[in-house]
Ligand binder design. Structure first.
Ligand code: CTP
Length: 401
């Protein structure tokens, strides 16, 4: 994900320094080359050796050490970075940055770099809420710094509130977003995901094993590309991706209502949801008791949300469907593309190992109206999502020319 990218991690002195060590591991695991620079106070919490061992690069500590300056100067470090991440950022460092002070290795680099900077504050809740810190925060935003707000919870100082270093996964996601070209900036997109549940009493329902992973990956990648993303999700156990508005629904009828309310304003809609084609004709208000005899359940058809979206598609909108198939993959998918008035259909063979329901990977064919087909090998769902957005972007681009 971060292959070929150089991240400069600036570490200032707070108890959350130990978490920065784990952050280095995450960045390195994602393929980035990481250079750490520590303030003098940060070195009181964790030694530079820890960061050197984890990053496999020398750690910048002292602006006036001839030896480290001759290897790679602070100006070179500022130039080399594709992204600067400050984690943790203390109240003191925020104040210095807001005032443009450059009195040590890290603050000097911060004035010299032209790379985007992600500020991840961590401190005591009272320090965070102090008007001076809040004023500095506003100044940093105005100066173009990107802020990863602290999380709330129990703090090292035994107080409760905002001030914990943000979740490391969220910091990684923000870093990815800052390093991804904003090819969907200014676009509104809607993705549906997960299964629907069709209840016949309060505790029983018809559903399917969709995990929601493909739809969540599409929402995550679109947000990374700076789209305004709404994710309409059936019940699943996944956390909403960062910078995505999630609307949770249960049944196909609820999903249709949520989607129809905003569908006309979307530049692109991708329906990955495994919508139940039928629902019980009746729903009991109370739990149905067993009778010990044979029972039958009368089903009635659910509306086809995607087909209705195809009928009411505004000009310029790109509409994408998914087709879970077990045979004649391309023929069946192409027929659905036509019947539902889609621009693209993503077909997958759900019987194939590593593809379809619940898997971390998928192998799909993306078919366009002119039968232009991308036959993708088995890859992660994030990679599949990137390929789908590439095709959608091409269509959006061609329509605005
Ligand atoms: N879909 C939908 N509403 C439904 C059923 C499906 O919007 N009631 C959408 C799915 O989100 C998917 C596409 O339609 O994008 C294809 O769904 P699929 O179940 O594979 O196809 P169907 O059209 O239902 O046809 P069949 O079940 O006969 O294969």
């Amino acid at each position: 994900m971060l292959q070929g990218k150089s991240i400069l991690l600036g570490v200032s002195g707070g108890i959350a320094v130990y978490k920065a060590a784990e952050l280095v591991r995450l960045f390195v695991k994602a393929g980035a080359s990481v250079h750490v620079v520590m303030t003098a106070n940060a070195q009181q919490f964790v030694t530079p050796l820890t960061f050197q061992a984890l990053s496999n690069n020398p750690v910048g500590c002292d602006l006036f050490r001839m030896e480290s300056e001759s290897q790679i100067s602070h100006i070179q470090k500022a130039r080399l970075a594709d992204l600067v991440v400050l984690a943790p950022t203390t109240a003191n460092l925020m104040a210095k940055m807001a005032a443009g002070i450059a009195d040590d290795y890290l603050t000097t680099i911060l004035l010299a770099t032209t790379a985007p900077v992600l500020v991840c504050p961590a401190m005591n809740v009272k320090m965070w809420e102090h008007p001076a810190t809040q004023k500095n925060l506003r100044t940093l935003s105005e100066l173009g710094y990107n802020i990863q707000p602290p999380a709330s919870g129990f703090l090292a100082c035994q107080e409760e509130g905002a001030g914990r270093l943000a979740d490391l996964g969220d910091i990684l996601e923000s870093a990815l977003r800052l390093l991804t070209p904003p090819t969907l900036a200014g676009r509104s997109v809607l993705v549906s995901a997960g299964p629907t549940r069709e209840h016949f009493d309060p505790v029983r329902f018809l559903s399917n094993p969709s995990s929601g992973k493909m739809g969540y990956a599409l929402a995550r990648i679109a947000a990374r590309r700076s789209a305004k993303v709404v994710l309409v999700s059936g019940p699943c156990s996944l956390e909403p991706p960062a910078q995505v508005e999630r609307i949770c629904v249960t049944s196909a009828l609820e999903m249709r209502e949520a989607i129809f309310e905003i569908s006309a304003h979307q530049d692109a809609i991708i329906m990955t949801a495994a919508v139940s084609d039928y629902r019980p004709a009746q729903r009991s208000e109370h739990k149905v008791k067993k009778s010990g005899k044979e029972e039958s359940l009368l089903l009635e058809p659910n509306p086809d949300i995607l087909a209705s979206l195809g009928e009411r598609k505004p000009s310029g909108q790109v509409l994408v469907g998914f087709a879970a198939e077990t045979e004649n993959i391309v023929e069946n998918a192409a027929e659905k593309l036509d019947r539902k008035n889609l621009d693209l259909i993503v077909a997958n063979d759900v019987t194939r190992q590593g593809a379809g329901f619940g898997a971390e990977t998928n192998a799909v064919k993306i078919i366009g109206r002119n039968a232009e087909t991308s036959d993708l090998p088995l890859m992660t769902k994030d990679e599949v999502a990137s390929q789908i957005w590439d095709r959608v972007e091409k269509l959006l681009w061609s329509r605005t020319q």
